[in-house]
Design a protein around this ligand. Structure first.
Ligand code: SMG
Ligand code: MG
Length: 370
């Protein structure tokens, strides 16, 4: 497979409702897609970060720079740039997992399409439907929150995740538990908003029977999570702290978490995501697939990953309508609390030209074969 063209398509899609977390507040998804054209097939991927480095240290303009100057030249210099060799070619460049994930994923998508193989099959999928949870942002009032949750439950989501931060934790969580009862699979995500000195306060969440508390402490505070885990009954799940299979192995061995949120973009792509899955399965640690408000492009690829056997908890992979009035691919719809894993070649979805035209704001060429 020879790469002929790599272009970046900057897109802006309005969100159907604002999404606020302890680290950011968004009313649109402003990101970019990577489109790779080879002599055998085309592939697509979606940058998992944002224009500002508020959730992850990477951000769109920085990722574009690192792709253009450092990653694309290394990968296009390979005689046969197959997905399995991309990571090694990019390894001399430190960090930047989201930028690396983008290039590897677009090439992997093209490669799978060239072999008429679904991405799920390539990764080792064992199911054709995936349980869909929904992540609920911080709202202005508790009635507004309960209203939002009630709408999602009516649609059939099988698990609710509430974003929390200091000042928006015990009250909204308690209100949700009282309103929807003990049967509701409820969990929280703090996006690093607390410190170990909040342990006594966080311990009060135990009474609400949460499935997990996600990333309460700073991303580099694995030792803090170890201490916190000794004080809480609620299982700790790590998101931001897990950047590789090695991180996952260390966090598990140290006792920093009992659950892992695997986000392919954050960990450098689907191949490293699969390695994290394998490490967790080997240790009996349940995993689920996180989300970065992906359009249908990233969503389809996340569904392929979430079809692996260790993804035993509902995922942050919701229907297209949870985020967008119009998606860039055919809309993903919820059926019995699940989304279907696409079974076509590669990610199995087609980017709709008219939708892409409506939501793209710029296209920039990163490479063209001469
Ligand atoms: O894609 O459904 C989705 C969003 C899920 O809450 C979600 N993602 O920390 O897990 C997380 C957040 C990160 C994105 S908001 C900064
Ligand atoms: Mg999270």
């Amino acid at each position: 497979m020879n790469i002929e063209l790599i272009e970046l398509v900057e897109v802006r899609l309005p969100l159907v409702r604002p999404f606020r977390t302890s680290c950011s507040a968004d009313t649109e998804r402003h990101t970019f897609l990577l489109h790779v054209v080879t002599d055998a097939a085309e592939g697509w991927a979606e940058f998992g970060g944002d224009p500002e480095p508020l959730y992850s240290p990477e951000f769109a303009a920085g990722a574009e720079r690192v792709l253009l100057d450092h990653l694309v030249p290394r990968v296009t210099a390979l005689p046969r740039p197959g997905a399995a060799r991309i990571a090694a070619a990019m390894a001399p460049v430190k960090g930047n997992p989201m930028a690396k994930a983008l290039l590897e994923t677009a090439i992997l998508d093209a490669e799978c399409r060239a072999h008429a193989m679904p991405l799920g099959t390539y990764l080792g999928a064992v199911r054709d439907r995936v349980a869909a949870g929904v992540s609920v942002g911080i709202t202005d009032t508790i009635p507004e929150l309960l209203d939002t949750i009630s709408g999602y439950l009516a649609e059939g989501y099988v698990r609710i995740k509430l974003k929390i931060e200091p000042g928006w934790d015990l009250e909204p969580v308690g209100a949700a538990r009282r309103e929807f009862g003990d049967g509701l699979a409820l969990q929280v995500d703090a996006n690093t908003a607390y410190s170990l000195t909040d342990a006594e306060h966080l311990r009060r969440l135990d009474e609400f029977g949460l499935v997990q508390i996600e990333q309460p402490l700073a991303e580099d505070d694995v030792a803090g999570h170890v201490e916190l885990a000794k004080l809480l009954r609620t299982p700790i799940c790590l998101d931001e702290s897990i950047r590789s299979a090695r991180d996952a192995a260390a966090a598990i061995r140290l006792g920093a978490c009992r659950i892992v949120n695997i986000k392919p973009s954050r960990v450098g792509g689907y191949l490293e995501a699969r390695r994290i899955h394998d490490v967790c399965v080997a240790h009996g640690i349940p995993v689920w697939c996180g989300g970065m408000l992906e359009t249908g492009i990233g969503r389809a690829q996340n569904l392929a990953l979430a079809a692996l056997p260790g993804f035993v908890l509902p995922n942050d992979i919701s229907a297209s309508s949870r985020y967008y009035a119009e998606d860039l691919t055919e809309a993903f719809e919820l059926a019995d609390g699940c989304l279907s894993v696409p079974d076509g070649p590669g990610s199995g979805v087609t980017v709709l030209p008219a939708a892409l035209r409506r939501h793209s704001v710029a296209t920039r060429k990163l490479y063209q074969k001469r």
